[in-house]
Design a protein around this ligand. Structure first.
Ligand code: 5GP
Length: 187
């Protein structure tokens, strides 16, 4: 069994974080991806307990009050949080735990778990990011503008991460991510 680690993966929506994480999971034997809680509505095809634990404000408030979150943040008008107990338990059990969370959340995690490893996924450019968001077809124009604004701010924070990865070539980015995670886990 390898030493468990906590990896935090951030980057603007539309950078392909989700795809990279999925590919990482296919390539390492001891990976575990945390499922976050959120107050946003499910998108078509999203399943409760698989993509997120979808919940109302009251339930989310209760979890905040019970110190159930390792971190939580408001992103694009909804709240998102990492369920603490499960995540820390998996790290203790030797898993390579992946949190796919926003920049504010990542900095909260670093405060609480200083040994957490922060990875920032960058789009090749802001133009390419806009093209990907528009191509996804799940968000309206106003939402896309808001996500682009957030993206610019998030990109300005990438220097605080332990590793930056540009996702312009999916195969190359996957290889780099797998190698980095294995290096951390084998230390
Ligand atoms: P989406 O609504 O597109 O699934 O996610 C929007 C943003 O929320 C993404 O940047 C994603 O990384 C972030 N996010 C998802 N789960 C969490 C979480 O548990 N905590 C925080 N802080 N951000 C999250």
């Amino acid at each position: 069994m390898r030493k468990g680690n906590l990896f935090v993966i951030s980057g603007p929506s539309g950078t392909g974080k989700g795809t990279l994480v999925k590919r990482l999971m296919e390539r390492i034997p001891d990976g575990w991806v945390s499922v976050s809680a959120t107050t946003r509505d499910p998108r078509p095809g999203e399943i409760d307990g698989v993509h997120y634990y979808f919940m109302n404000d009251k339930r989310f408030d209760d979890l905040v009050g019970a110190h159930g979150f390792l971190e939580w943040a408001e992103v694009h008008g909804a709240r998102y949080g990492t369920l603490k107990r499960k995540v820390l338990d998996k790290v203790t059990r030797g898993k390579q735990v992946i949190l796919e969370i926003d920049v504010k959340g990542a900095f909260q995690v670093r405060k609480l778990v200083p040994e957490a490893v922060l990875i920032f996924i960058e789009p090749p450019s802001l133009e390419e990011l806009r093209r990907r968001l528009e191509g996804r077809g799940t968000e309206d124009a106003e939402t896309i503008e808001r996500r682009m604004k957030t993206a610019e701010w998030e990109l300005s924070q990438k220097g605080a991460y332990d590793m930056q990865l540009v996702n312009d070539d999916l195969e190359a980015a996957t290889d780099e991510l797998v190698a980095f995670v294995n290096k951390c886990a084998d230390e």
